[in-house]
Design a protein around this ligand. Structure first.
Ligand SMILES: NC(=O)CC[C@H](N)C(=O)O
Length: 416
């Protein structure tokens, strides 16, 4: 890593990462040309780069993949967790090779390019990861120019001017615009996405990929259809949700209606829910809390069950008076062990968070249910006076292990 001086790119370098500290890391650009500023984090998952790039929780972040071979199974139309790619870009060790997989529809390079996302290859990702582990997740700019001409001073100024994720509300920006019904279950080998509920227009085989427009075309079931066929109705608040959460709720037997992050309590109740779901999402939970917490507090005044994941967990904690804090480097990977305190069982989980709930601030009516076996941080809570619980990790996997899928069944089972 060299000091930031306005230099020409070294021979062959078409991409660069400029950190706010002044570190300049050269590499080879791929995907879309351009530049983007955000927080640089690292992710330890070995598979699932498409799900990771499309996870809306990564809005505002540039992902360093610690696994050296990223992109070699290409990209397909199914492994997406939202209708857009949300991570700003990715940093990888080896160049992306031609895809080799029966499911690949195109290369990872062209997939990123079509979504305006920047890739940087040829980086010593171990050194960068060590830097993040020791110094915390830095702000930085990732840039790709095929002609290799960069104004490093300007990129550095941009990295330094970026205010950082703390205090930033991004949920509103990635949430859906209007409420819609969710259709479609989980993916299965051989059949693709299952569709336990009929799809709009009679199309079978799961929701169309990467098309929020298609989702909007699905008529929202009228509240009068609530409990139709004894299917419990979950109203989910979309703070930047991953699709696999909704697929798992459907698999567990629920009907799901998705509402925007800014939905009011009246909007929620107009859907006649049997239970509430609070989704994952990007940014600082304390910033999103300004409009989310009053709604959640009203939800807790009803007798209906509530379940939250990741940002949803943090927002539930804030709604009951606890506090959240920015973590030093965050947790992002598909192998994070978590201990379930009730019986000591260990769940290997998928994680992606940069903020955490401060356990000491949990009120008397909340009980900690899960802790991280990596650093002891809080990973779950339940209320003792209300049927509400939440987890910091991602039981829906995508990517990652499915040890914690039982939580969807637990929640839907509570809906009575
Ligand atoms: N995956 C998530 O929901 C992330 C929550 C929050 N934005 C965090 O980084 O901690």
């Amino acid at each position: 890593m060299a000091d930031a001086t306005p230099t020409r790119a070294p021979e062959g370098a078409t991409g660069v990462l400029v950190l706010a500290s002044g570190d300049v890391i050269w590499g080879r650009g791929f995907g879309a040309e351009g530049e983007a500023v955000g927080e640089v984090c690292f992710h330890t998952a070995i598979t699932g780069y498409q799900e990771i790039m499309t996870d809306p929780s990564f809005e505002g972040q540039i992902i360093t993949f610690t696994f050296p071979h990223i992109g070699n199974v290409g990209a397909n139309h199914e492994d997406v967790e939202a209708n857009h790619a949300h991570a700003l870009g990715c940093i990888v060790r080896e160049d992306v090779t031609a895809p080799s997989n029966f499911r690949a529809a195109e290369g990872f390079d062209s997939w990123l390019k079509a979504r305006g996302k920047i890739g940087l290859a040829g980086v010593d990702t171990r050194a960068l990861t060590r830097r993040i582990r020791e110094g915390g997740a830095p702000n930085g700019v990732i840039a790709y120019r095929a002609d290799g001409r960069f104004d490093v001073e300007a990129l550095l100024a941009k990295a330094r001017a970026w205010p950082g994720l703390e205090g930033m509300d991004l949920a509103k920006e990635v949430s859906c615009e209007a409420h819609h019904g969710w259709e479609g279950g989980v993916w299965e080998l051989g059949s693709g996405y299952t569709s336990p509920l009929p799809l709009a227009g009679g199309a079978g085989g799961g929701q169309a990929p990467e098309s929020r427009a298609d989702l909007k075309a699905v008529p929202t079931p009228s509240p009068s259809r609530k409990r139709e066929g004894n299917v419990p109705h979950v109203v989910a608040i979309d703070y930047g949700s991953k699709h696999n959460i909704f697929r798992n709720l459907v698999k567990a037997g629920a009907r799901v209606t998705v509402l925007p992050a800014t939905a009011t309590f009246d909007d929620v109740m107009a859907q006649s829910p049997d239970g509430f779901f609070l989704s994952n999402g990007p940014g600082d939970p304390a910033a999103t809390a300004e409009y989310a917490v009053p709604v959640i507090q009203k939800m807790l005044e009803t007798d209906k069950p509530l379940f939250g994941i990741c940002l949803g967990h943090q927002l539930l904690a804030l709604a009951i008076g606890a506090k959240t804090t920015k973590m030093f480097q965050g947790h992002r990977g598909a192998n994070h062990p978590v201990k379930r305190l009730e019986d000591g069982r260990v769940e290997i989980t998928s994680m992606n968070h940069g903020f955490a709930v401060e356990r000491e601030t949990l009120p008397e009516n909340a009980r900690e249910t899960h802790v991280s076996l990596f650093d002891g941080s809080n990973c779950g809570l339940e209320l003792t006076d209300h049927p509400a619980f939440s987890v910091q990790y991602h039981p829906e996997a995508s990517p990652g292990p499915q040890d914690s899928c039982y939580l969807f069944e637990k929640f839907v089972g509570m809906l009575g």
